[in-house]
Design a protein around this ligand. Structure first.
Ligand SMILES: Nc1ncnc2c1ncn2[C@@H]1O[C@H](COP(=O)(O)OP(=O)(O)OP(=O)(O)O)[C@@H](O)[C@H]1O
Ligand SMILES: [Mg+2]
Length: 231
């Protein structure tokens, strides 16, 4: 079953001479539980694509279906709630709330949605992420890798069907990068979550089921991750 269907999505920024065609007729589908990597040079349109899929940005044309729901056909208010319940985001810059401790940052999306956190689920996530001993620490008291693990916990706590990660390892060393990708892979297996991850690190694409390449707003499916396909 496909969890994501992107149909003829285009995104044009600006007007007149300043027009940028960031996405040019992008179409693809992703089955449930697949871990897809998105690669491509700087400025090629990767973040624009992820932001359109996550409804953080509005495509100029085309459609995005998540679990068979046309996300741009619903009202802004419904879309915000749909996004909160079904999509988890992980960004390069972590974007944690500085005043909240590790545990509070992780449960934050539930509080936004007026849901009571399940303490067992929170404990499990802290354990899986290796953050149990740091649960009362503030983000400023953590290393970069630990902060990114908190951000992953925050993306996992709502058990979203889709996780969108924009260079989640961009600020991490190679060891922490591998850890982060392993955690994401484990989540996709354990909770059958579907993951789209943008990365500049070609070494990390070997963990992915499929690699999509974006070049000048055009998407190409590189299929599986054998070396000859990437060279
Ligand atoms: N808000 C905006 N207004 C105008 N142009 C934009 C805007 N956001 C992005 N662009 C342009 O759209 C194109 C695609 O940008 P995008 O951020 O998607 O690239 P990217 O592949 O994520 O690059 P990077 O690897 O550097 O993050 C670029 O040419 C960029 O300058
Ligand atoms: Mg980007």
């Amino acid at each position: 079953m496909e969890i994501l269907k992107v149909e003829h999505v285009t995104k044009i920024y600006g007007s007149g001479e300043n027009t940028v065609k960031a996405l040019n007729d992008v179409s693809f589908t992703v089955p449930r539980g697949e871990f897809t990597a998105i690669v491509g040079e700087s400025g090629s349109g990767k973040s624009t694509l992820l932001n359109c899929i996550g409804a953080l940005d509005h495509p100029t044309g085309g459609k995005v279906y998540i679990n068979n729901t046309d996300i741009f056909a619903m009202s802004e208010k419904k879309r915000t709630i749909f996004r909160r319940r079904n999509i988890g985001f992980v960004f390069q810059s972590f974007q944690l709330v500085p005043e909240l401790n590790v545990e509070q940052n992780i449960i934050f999306p539930l509080l936004l949605d007026y849901q009571r956190p399940d303490q067992d689920a929170v404990d499990e996530i802290l354990e899986v992420l290796g953050l149990t001993e740091r649960r009362r620490h503030l983000p400023s008291q953590l290393s970069g890798g630990q902060q990114q693990r908190v951000a992953i916990g925050r993306a996992l706590i709502t058990k979203p069907m889709l996780i969108l990660a924009d260079e989640p390892t961009g600020n991490l060393d190679s060891r922490s990068s591998r850890d982060v990708v392993e955690l994401l892979t484990a989540a996709s297996r354990k909770y059958r979550q579907t993951i789209l991850m943008i990365t500049h690190n070609i070494n990390l694409t070997s963990a992915a089921d499929r690699v999509l390449h974006v070049s000048d707003g055009v998407l190409k499916d590189l299929g599986g991750t054998s070396d000859e396909k990437l060279s």
